[in-house]
Design a protein around this ligand. Sequence first.
Ligand SMILES: Cc1ncc(COP(=O)(O)O)c(C=O)c1O
Length: 383
Amino acid sequence: MIPYGRHHIDKDDLLAVNKVLKSNFLTQGPLIKKFEGLISKFVGSKYAVVVSSCTAGLHLASIISENTKGKKLLTSPISFVSTANSSLFTGGDVAFADIEEETGNISIESVRTILNKFKINSISPVHFGGLPCDMISIRRLAKKKNITIYEDAAHSFGAKYDKKNRVGSCKYSDMTVFSFHPVKSIATGEGGCITTNNKKIYDRLIKLRSHGIEKIEKNFFIKSQKNQPWYYEMQELGYHYRSTDIQCALGISQLKKINKFLVKRKKIAKFYDNKFSDLTNATPLQINKRENSSNHLYILLIDFKKINISRSDVMKKLRKAGINTQVHYIPITQHPFYKKKKLNNKLNNTENFYNKALSIPIFYDLKDKEQEHIVHHIKKIIK
Ligand SMILES: Cc1ncc(COP(=O)(O)O)c(C=O)c1O
């Protein structure tokens, strides 16, 4: 069965992990800082804080943004639930802007309308499928109202805003949060990272990642505890969101391959674009926008009514041909938990998108023959 996404592990990855397993540090060792340094260098940020998952990173970003009682995070309904949940974790609320149907990214028009209607405390743009949002406009709108921005870049490690600047450089935001789940650009099992250019945010993230504990003497609140080698102090409520040296060893090894991973994903996306450009009952999402994207997802918007076959039947037929597909995403607003909130703004593009979306396989090891096989069966079903 061809999955919709999968990690790529080679001999070097195995050796790197094996080496850690034989070393003195499985966790809290030297590889965490090393991985962070390499991530910063790659994305062009001053700081990076590796955490146990992107969800953990979004939670910490929400604490920094002070999404507390009565304050709202604005985000996209076409995302994984973690993005919206991050504000609820910290006692805040959430509002959803509609998306652009051609990209699946948050619509600037809708963001503007919501900012005029509600008081918004922070924005979390989601670079959907690896295609960066229009961050220049989002930044401009947020700046006027002193709104914090944390980018949900779970899909977009390696993507660029333009020829020069990578997502994660925080050129337009306060923080950027990545995921290293196996279907993402690089894999560490579970894992994530927050990047920032702000030293104060960085110091606080380090503390929050590890129980709110401070170990550096010059930062102690209780100054009489100087020169006590065992001493550390918990200064605020923090969490255990650390990554391990085992995961970071894998991350370091995977990062060495990021460019070839990105090149291959782009090649597959362009191959599909070319093959599917003549379809009359379906359109590739983000067609011809592959250049700066990390091409995490390849989504077809299929007019299921027109072809008179339901999405589940299309998925079943493809499954029979050995092809697994997925739907990204059920709009967050349609989950029972969020339905209870009775958010009443109309999200027409989101609904249209959800009715049509189907994610087809894209990952490093997808062979040419498999790509042909996928195209053949999709065309046969939805011609
Ligand atoms: C857009 C988005 N945000 C956040 C997450 C959460 O990532 P993680 O599984 O690393 O917590 C995901 C995971 O799929 C995602 O797709």
